[in-house]
Each structure stands twice: as structure tokens, then as C-alpha cells.
Design a protein around this ligand. Structure first.
Ligand SMILES: C[S@@+](CC[C@H](N)C(=O)[O-])C[C@H]1O[C@@H](n2cnc3c(N)ncnc32)[C@H](O)[C@@H]1O
Length: 222
């Protein structure tokens, strides 16, 4: 059975939240942005790995983290669970998702009560204030080669990536989720001024009898 929890048309197209119950009784929540499947929560290990792998590469406490794209809230929740995190700013393009989050409809982040959490409506590309964060996490598309919004293309170009890395303090980490390994994006990250230790983690996920290779790309600011 598939039930629509919400559907809103806005300036960036339509966003819809669905809940379905599988044959085995498992409840799955699904996000569709502008008619494109954005994600579900059948396996959120890689959304959570985006947070945990980046934070594992940063030293110290009192960490400030920027998350681009709320989605179903799994990355943001993993950041809040990690040790040493003092501030989490989540920037989300779709107002509807912020409303659904406030209504407790997002399975990854059922409560917004944590005082360290700041949910902001907007385009994450406008949130790259220089030297502002210890960690910047981007999961706004299905990856650089499968954009949910064409307007996000600039994020993955050299100047967009340089601005994202510029928002990271020295010693901090920029990390990007991708539905496919991307040697091109890895090369761009490695070539950014002030970038060190660019790497790509290939993370297999089994779904419906198939194995998908998702990826998390990381780079540290010198
Ligand atoms: C795949 S979902 C993120 C999933 C999330 N990591 C999680 O754990 O649930 C992508 C999200 O990014 C949002 N988004 C797309 N472009 C954006 C942008 N330029 N700035 C902020 N959010 C954006 C979409 O509306 C969507 O909520």
C-alpha cells in the first residue's frame, strides 16, 4: 500500500512525500522531488556515512557542520549523534520539507528539539560563508551526473566546489554524496586550491536483489 503524506508545488517544482508498506510489513518513506525519485529509507547507511566519514576525519570538538539538503533527515541526525558536534545548520531548498520535518513526518529526524539544530530554507550554494564550518556535507542531488535540479550544476564545477571548500575552516572536510562513483568529481576536488587528501569511498548497497555502488567523496582543507 502506498500513501501520499504530502505534496506541494513551489518555485522549484513539485515535492511529494510517500509512505509505503512492503509485503514483509516494513514501512518505507519515499521522497520525490520535481517528479524525480530523490530517495527512500530502505537503506540509509550511505546517507549516514556521509556524516560519520567526514566527521571521523576532523579533530577537536565544538564542531560546526553545514548540511546541504535535509531530505528525510538521516544525514542531519547522524551529525547530531556524532561526538563533538556543537552546531548543525541544515539548508533545504524546499519549504515543504521543513514543514514536514516540523510535523514529525521525516523518519530520519522525527524531532527538531535538539538546540544545536538550525533548519534554514534556501539554496545551500548561498550558505558558503568563508571559513564558517568544520565540516560541509552536500547531498542535494543523486550525484554530479544525475541532478535533481539543473540549477545545482554549478555546485559541482570548479568554482562552486572552491566556494564550498572555502566555507570549511583549515583542517576541516568537505564531503559529497553521489549515486555513482565519480572519478571526474574526485579529480576536481583534488585540484582545488588548498585541497589535500581527496578520496572517494565506494559504498555497496543491496536493494531489491541488486547491488548498487554509491559513493562519498571527501576532501580536506589544508
Ligand atoms: C537526496 S535528498 C538528501 C537526503 C539526506 N542526506 C538524508 O539523509 O535524508 C536531497 C535534498 O536536497 C534538497 N536540495 C536540492 N537542491 C538543493 C539546494 N541547492 N540547496 C539546498 N537543498 C537542496 C532536496 O530538496 C532534497 O531534500
Amino acid at each position: 500500500m502506498r500513501t501520499e503524506l504530502g505534496r506541494v508545488s513551489g518555485p522549484h517544482g513539485e515535492v511529494a512525500l510517500w509512505r509505503r508498506t512492503g509485503d514483509d510489513g516494513t514501512v518505507v518513506t519515499e521522497l520525490v522531488v520535481d517528479g524525480v525519485f530523490a530517495m527512500d529509507d530502505v537503506d540509509t547507511s550511505t546517507e549516514r556515512a556521509l556524516a560519520t566519514e567526514a566527521l571521523a576525519r576532523v579533530e577537536g570538538g565544538d564542531l560546526a557542520v553545514l548540511v546541504g539538503g535535509l531530505g528525510l533527515g538521516w544525514t542531519a541526525a547522524a551529525v547530531l549523534r556524532a561526538p563533538g558536534v556543537a552546531e548543525v545548520v541544515v539548508v533545504e531548498l524546499e519549504d515543504a520539507l521543513l514543514e514536514w520535518a516540523a510535523a514529525g513526518l521525516l523518519p530520519g529526524l522525527p524531532s527538531l528539539a535538539d538546540p544545536r539544530l538550525d533548519l534554514v530554507a534556501g539554496d545551500v550554494a548561498c550558505a558558503f560563508a568563508p571559513d564558517r564550518y568544520d565540516v560541509v556535507l552536500l547531498d542535494v542531488d543523486n550525484g554530479p551526473d544525475f541532478l535533481v535540479h539543473g540549477s545545482n550544476a554549478g555546485l559541482y564545477g570548479a568554482s562552486g566546489l572552491a566556494r564550498a571548500l572555502g566555507a570549511v575552516r583549515p583542517g576541516g572536510v568537505l564531503a559529497i554524496w553521489s549515486a555513482d562513483p565519480s572519478p571526474t568529481l574526485l579529480g576536481r576536488l583534488a585540484d582545488l586550491p588548498g585541497a589535500v587528501a581527496a578520496e572517494q569511498l565506494v559504498l555497496p548497497v543491496e536493494r531489491e536483489g541488486r547491488v548498487f555502488e554509491y559513493a562519498v567523496l571527501l576532501v580536506r582543507r589544508k
